[in-house]
Design a binder for this molecule. Structure first.
Ligand code: TMP
Length: 211
């Protein structure tokens, strides 16, 4: 077995509309996997701590206006700036739980009317996830959750378009998990999917997204 395929960590991505419960589920999953002795870390996009991330944060909080294309490319750059470190960690055996990835970039930008293929291009070549957990929750329920409406995209009609776009981006390695059940039931379902993924990914090479 070559070095590249020696017991690597899995890349687990969570996707969904705003307030679908991703962040809660990411934290619960991490806690459970750590209890089971896994080496696991959380990653979140946008990463609002980098200089690019700070600009994205101002844009989302609507204190900064940007051309739609510029905003889209910044979100993508924010992922690319994390790629080398993520690759290193995965190869060293760390499983990464990622809260939003390229699919968010495309689903949100194309909901503004931008061309889907144009939106896809900048993220071609990122590390391909081993599993994408898509938390599917009705926009009506999401909109009733606390803090909804504070940021740029948290509007009901917009979120409906985002949801539709996400479903168009589904790949064979996606798992759609209904997000309207109890937090614990959703967690159990996700954990069983992820356990399988971690075991199956160990000997697989890392692939490049959409290549
Ligand atoms: P968050 O609430 O998960 O921090 O995400 C911030 C917002 O940014 C959310 O409305 C989704 C949006 N977004 C994009 O428009 N493009 C992207 O590439 C990412 C990662 C998020």
């Amino acid at each position: 077995m070559g070095k590249e395929t020696m017991s690597r960590g899995a890349l687990i991505v969570f996707e969904g509309c705003d307030r679908c419960g991703k962040t809660t589920q990411c934290a619960k999953l991490k806690e459970k996997l750590v209890d089971e002795g896994e080496d696991v870390e959380l990653v979140k996009f946008p990463d609002r701590t980098t200089p690019i991330g700070k600009l994205i944060n101002s844009y989302l909080q609507m204190t900064e206006e940007l051309d739609d294309r510029v905003a889209h490319l910044l979100f993508s750059s924010n992922r690319w700036e994390a790629m080398e470190l993520m690759k290193k960690k995965l190869k060293a055996g760390t499983t990464l739980i990622v809260d939003r990835y390229a699919y968010s970039g495309i689903a949100y930008s194309s909901a503004k009317g931008m061309d889907l293929d144009w939106c896809k291009n900048p993220d071609v070549g990122l590390i391909q996830p081993d599993t994408v957990i898509y938390l599917s929750v009705s926009e009506e329920i999401a909109s009733q959750r606390s803090h909804y409406g504070g940021e740029r995209y948290e509007k009901l009609e917009f979120q409906k378009k985002v949801h539709k776009n996400f479903l168009e981006l589904q790949e064979p390695y996606w798992e759609v998990v209904p997000g309207d059940a109890s937090v614990d039931d959703i967690h159990k379902q996700i954990h069983s999917i992820v356990r399988k993924t971690i075991n199956q990914s160990k000997s697989k090479p890392l692939l490049k997204l959409w290549t």
